[in-house]
Design a protein around this ligand. Structure first.
Ligand SMILES: [Zn+2]
Length: 241
């Protein structure tokens, strides 16, 4: 707890004075441009790796960056999505998975969540990704398996996102875009889902500039075939060895 108090003192002394005008402006309202749904993992901090100030992104974090399908489970995630879309009018929603995700490791090894009924129940919403993975990828090494499942989970949660009425309505009239990302903790790369080509692509950042290339919009329907990974392509069933 001391660490948190010290950090707060540092924030008040150093950061707040430089952002005082921003905080005064934000005191009476927010208008974030994007909703980011990501994992609760302490190493994945979307405000940090997108250089976003307070008020810029509306963030929902949970174990496994999961979006339960609307018809199955209406809870905190659904409420946050509805509020961000209907009231705040966000223009983009990002579902962001990450490397070395404990929730994805647990999804690969279901027995590992024994004694954690809440986690087991919550991760049921990621089972679709596991089925897609098992039917479409051969055994690879642990890292490539985990990456493939993590990517499939992002794609599955994008599908779930489309079942939310507020999202579906705005997607239909192009007032909203949805994106799938995987954040690599070690390299600090972001891999973006390219629905048209059924793959993840790394956002290229030119050295020495502040701008990144345009990210790829995912939202043109469900991909139907296995995807190659931008990091390390898992071996697909039927592929020549
Ligand atoms: Zn995670």
């Amino acid at each position: 707890m001391e660490k948190l108090i010290e950090g707060f003192a540092q924030f008040r002394k150093v950061t707040y004075p430089t952002k005082e005008r921003l905080f005064k402006k934000l005191a009476s309202g927010q208008a974030p441009h994007t909703l980011i749904i990501t994992c609760a993992d302490s190493r994945v901090v979307p405000e940090y790796f997108t250089s976003s100030d307070p008020g810029e992104i509306f963030v929902v974090r949970n174990v496994g960056n999961i979006v339960p399908p609307y018809a199955q489970f209406v809870g905190g995630v659904s409420a946050a999505i509805e509020y961000a879309v209907v009231v705040l009018g966000v223009k983009d929603i990002v579902v962001c998975g990450h490397s070395d995700c404990g929730a994805m490791k647990a999804t690969l090894k279901p027995g590992s969540t024994e004694g954690m009924p809440a986690v087991t129940s919550w991760l049921q919403h990621a089972q679709i990704a596991r089925h897609v993975f098992e039917e479409n990828y051969d055994e690879g090494d642990e890292r490539s398996k985990l990456l493939a499942l993590t990517e499939e989970n992002v794609i599955a949660q994008l599908d779930h996102l489309r079942t939310h009425p507020s999202v579906a309505a705005r997607l239909a009239s192009n007032r909203l875009r949805i994106h799938g990302w995987v954040f690599d903790i070690e390299s600090a790369d972001i891999h973006v889902y390219d629905a048209e080509n059924r793959c993840f692509r790394t956002i290229e950042v030119e050295e020495g500039t502040e701008a990144a290339d345009e990210t790829v919009v995912a939202g043109n329907g469900r991909a139907t075939a296995p995807r190659a990974s931008a990091l390390q392509a898992p071996i697909r069933k039927g592929d020549a060895r």
